[in-house]
Design a protein around this ligand. Structure first.
Ligand code: NAD
Length: 365
């Protein structure tokens, strides 16, 4: 298979982890006889410094030509500490999602057995948890009208949803549930918010087209509590942009660390794959970033955009093998991890590539 992939490293640890994700794609191409060609595009702080824009038109044009995109993260402390700066890295991210029509963010939350001890939640609560989040990406307070009035002393952000936005993501969630445990939990705040009442009504209508799938509606406050209390009770979760942003970070604790969670953003055209973590400037350049979220994002890319299930599975098995062999980055190590098993970013990436070579050789025997 011949494919073109745009690599968008972005800022901070985004660069370090996408290097590992790309190496993994190269090893898969070599082991399975595919040809992947790469382009690079800039975004975020890096792009602002170079061009004054968080997502230059040239980057967008490169992304539009791609069969899939592997993205790192954007962000820089300069902007976090100064909310008055007008051009901001996250604008690049929002524009990229909007321009590419990426309306659904898929976040699989599944704990590798070897990491049961790495979470702050009890293993007996976690074991067997397997959740697939669908977070809506193009609506909500992120895109509604916002502003200041009364001399800057009053601020507002409008939570807005259109019927078509809810319909299309609800269909994706119900279709995914049909291939899983056939349950969809729709999360909203319909007891308070009008946009949530529309959300709930539309999900209910869509649910009628999937009689084989059980649907439950849950308020976001209850969902936040239940995720930690009984994560196994969820199968597919579908929710809006803001609630999804918060709940998926909470759910990252089920997987042990932010550094373990991959995501896919899909819509009507090219798919974009990225770790859920940010640019993590506290550890940038120190070789401490866990590259597994980016590597697992590459696995999602192979599966969802290219339909390469065996290759995707090979990446996941290579990660599981490294964990089984006791290798950890610092964020997922515990007090019992021997120091020679604690790897830096590059070494963990190399370990996964080594496992891919080994697994592909064994499978082809
Ligand atoms: P963050 O995800 O960057 O970091 C949160 C914590 O998790 C930090 O302590 C960090 O060291 C740790 N962490 C994150 N990824 C890790 C990894 N791969 N390995 C080991 N540890 C990891 O979130 P933040 O600190 O809230 O934000 C930092 C910057 O990233 C901000 O500028 C923010 O705007 C941006 N951000 C970007 C995205 C994105 O590009 N999708 C997402 C979230 C935050």
């Amino acid at each position: 298979m011949k494919k073109r992939i745009t690599i968008v490293p972005g800022d901070g640890i985004g660069k370090e982890v996408t290097t590992c994700g790309k190496n993994v794609l190269d090893h898969i191409a070599q082991a399975f006889g595919h040809e992947f060609e790469y382009d690079y595009a800039s975004i975020g702080h890096e792009a602002i410094e170079a061009t004054g824009e968080a997502l230059p038109e040239e980057s967008l044009a490169t992304m539009r030509k791609a069969d899939a995109i592997l993205f790192g993260a954007v962000g820089h402390p300069k902007y976090d500490n100064d909310p008055t700066l007008k051009v901001r890295p996250e604008q690049g991210l929002l524009k990229m999602r909007k321009e590419l029509g990426l309306y659904a963010n898929l976040r699989p939350i599944k704990l590798f057995d070897e990491l049961l001890g790495a979470s702050s939640i009890k293993p007996e609560v976690l074991r067997g948890a397997d959740i697939l989040f669908f977070r809506e990406l193009t609506g909500d307070v992120y895109f509604g009208e916002r502003g200041r009035k009364d001399d800057g002393n009053t601020a507002y952000d409008t939570m807005i949803y259109h019927r078509y936005e809810v319909e299309r993501i609800a269909h994706k969630a119900f279709k995914a549930a049909q291939t899983r445990r056939k349950k969809v939990t729709s999360v909203d705040k319909a007891n308070v918010l009008e946009s949530s009442r529309l959300w709930r009504a539309v999900v209910q209508e869509v649910a009628a087209e999937y009689p084989d799938v059980e649907v439950e509606h849950m308020f976001v406050d209850a969902a936040a509590m239940k995720l930690i209390q009984n994560p196994r009770s969820f199968d597919v979760v579908v929710t809006g942009n803001l609630f999804g942003d918060i709940l998926t970070d909470e759910a990252s604790q089920i997987a042990g660390s932010m550094g373990m969670l991959a995501s896919a953003s899909v819509g009507d055209s090219v798919g974009l794959y990225e770790p859920i973590h940010g640019s993590a400037h506290d550890i940038t350049g120190k070789g401490l970033a866990n590259p597994l979220a980016s590597i697992l994002s590459a696995a999602l890319l192979l599966d969802i955009s290219f339909g390469l299930k065996e290759e995707s599975e090979c990446v996941i098995r290579a990660v599981a093998q490294a964990l089984k062999d006791g290798y950890r980055t610092r964020d997922i190590a515990d007090k019992d991890t021997p120091s020679d098993k604690i790897l830096g970013t590059e070494a963990m990436g190399n370990q996964i590539c080594k496992n891919i070579r080994m697994l592909a050789a064994v499978d082809s025997e």
